[in-house]
Design a protein. Structure first.
Length: 107
């Protein structure tokens, strides 16, 4: 994922570099939470699930627009809580650990 890190292989103290996964924060509708929340001047930027690395530039920009009082893009309501002007979900949240569904291909 980050090819330039190859130059540090063997120089990190433990021999080899390791990338490990873990739990991801995700909302029930799989949309991030970005915007003001809680006490005055507090902002939330999270719940991006497995899309954190890909979504972080746009999420950071949206959070900054909220913090600075800038003009928000049309999709900002879909990332607020409670949801405002959120387009309907197509397909809903997918539970990758749920193996109860049939594994046969669709017709």
């Amino acid at each position: 994922m980050v090819p330039d890190l190859k130059r540090y292989e063997g120089r990190l103290g433990r021999g080899d570099a390791t990338v490990d996964g873990g739990y991801y924060t995700v909302t029930t509708d799989a949309r991030p939470l970005i915007g003001p929340r809680g006490p005055a001047n507090a902002f939330l930027c999270g719940g991006m699930g497995t899309y954190g690395l890909m979504a972080s530039p746009a999420a950071g920009e949206l959070a900054a627009l909220h913090a600075l009082g800038g003009e928000l893009p049309s999709y900002a309501g879909a990332c607020s809580w409670p949801r405002q002007d959120a387009p309907p979900l197509v397909g809903g949240h997918v539970d990758l650990l749920d193996d109860s569904a049939s594994m046969s291909p669709p017709p």
